[in-house]
Design a protein around this ligand. Structure first.
Ligand SMILES: [Zn+2]
Length: 260
């Protein structure tokens, strides 16, 4: 049976912001240091990336960094990303290159999830159609329009689907219009659900708190997605992995170790 074989959480950078961005109306004046994560998934049918972190150039070049990230202050500080945290560097440590990735699956189109797509030219990129349509309206300040330039060649999903045997795209809108999480069956351990930004922190899941920023301010939709992911996890005995929770991330296997 060809299921997901291995999952590597990849720390592609960190970002410091007011906690209210993760927990709606909670954490005013409190700043957190959040991991910016991507996940490499190996299956018998090929390799998938869930999210690709920031565009390294926008973080490394002082002029670009100021242009893109200064407007987000003081709520969000510019991301910190070292060269060795680029996904290409992690892949190289496994003896792999960009062409060894079969699918780049983007959970949503915020800069800290899609920016790194420029490092995977020609790769098959998947995103939900509603996500792209909303991102193109320019109404979401966390979307950088230049990161959508190749979107014409992306594969647009209109519903939930199976990317590879045992790897399922799960609709979890709310934080953004077409947000998708990923359910991963593994051969050895419990299945894993990559929540993406449907749940930044364990607190979002445990206490059912909507993300701080929701598309069209629809917190109810985001809460529905949190409850949907929780009931899926309960039904399938799966682990929920929140996406910007440093303490949770630090309990996951450290690269090059993996979860299988
Ligand atoms: Zn986001």
């Amino acid at each position: 049976m060809s299921r997901g074989l291995k999952v590597w959480p990849l720390l592609t950078g960190t970002i410091r912001y007011e906690k209210t961005l993760s927990t709606h109306n909670r954490g005013h004046g409190e700043f957190i240091d959040a991991p910016i994560l991507a996940y490499l998934i190996e299956t018998a049918n090929g390799r998938i990336l869930y999210d690709v972190g920031c565009d390294y150039r926008k973080v490394a070049d002082p002029a670009l960094r100021a242009a893109y990230f200064d407007p987000m202050r003081p709520t969000v500080e510019p991301p910190v990303m070292h060269d060795e945290q680029r996904i290409l560097r992690y892949l190289a440590r496994l003896g792999l290159g960009s062409t060894d990735i079969d699918v780049v699956f983007i959970g949503h189109l915020h800069f800290d999830h899609v920016g790194g797509v420029c490092d995977f030219p020609g790769c098959e990129v998947h995103v939900h159609a509603d996500e792209l349509a909303a991102a193109r309206t320019s109404r979401d300040g966390s979307v950088f329009a230049d990161e959508l330039v190749d979107a014409g060649s992306w594969r647009l999903a209109s519903d939930e689907y199976t990317l590879a045997p045992g790897i399922h795209a799960i609709a979890s809108p709310g934080h953004t219009a077409g947000h998708m999480s990923l359910f991963i069956e593994l051969q050895k351990g419990l299945p894993v659900i990559l929540c993406g930004d449907a749940a930044d922190l364990s607190e979002n899941l445990a206490e059912e708190i909507a993300p701080g920023s929701c598309w069209q301010d629809n917190q109810a939709l985001a809460l529905d997605s949190i409850r949907k992911l929780k009931s899926l996890a309960a039904r399938e005995r799966a682990q929920l992995w929140p996406n910007h929770d440093m303490a949770f991330f630090q309990r996951l296997p450290t690269f090059p170790a993996w979860r299988d």
